[in-house]
Design a protein. Sequence first.
Length: 157
Amino acid sequence: GAERRPQRDLAVAATNGGPGCGFRAHAEEGAGHRRQGLMVGGSMTKAALVEEVARVADLTKKHSEVIVDAVFRSIVEALRRGEKIELRGFGSFRLRRREPRRGRNPKTGDRVDVPSKQVPYFKPGKELKELINGGSPEEGIEREPCSVSGAPGDWNT
């Protein structure tokens, strides 16, 4: 069988290891370097994310895709209910209301009424900002790993 990865690396696989888990950088050698195939044309794709989850968690791509889809679906459903999603150390998702306004049809130039609407908004967390701007995981960002040995509701917080 395939060699099992240390549990500390599994936190990355389940998008911070589940609710309440701290942001974790890879503990593997070369963690600060962009892995070949992870980035495509300057953007990370869903397929690349699924592949990374599969690699880190030692799962099949199909199982990893189920995990990634469940995370995305959970975020969308929570936003639809008007809830705020907080991923400690990573950031938060919430809805913002755009007021109704007068706009222009770009094709005809005619004025049109644009109704109010809800738009998703992501606010990055302090730790994510620090990591992006040169902070390192050794500066106290890593926390205790979370258990991923059950359903999402069973994850340690």
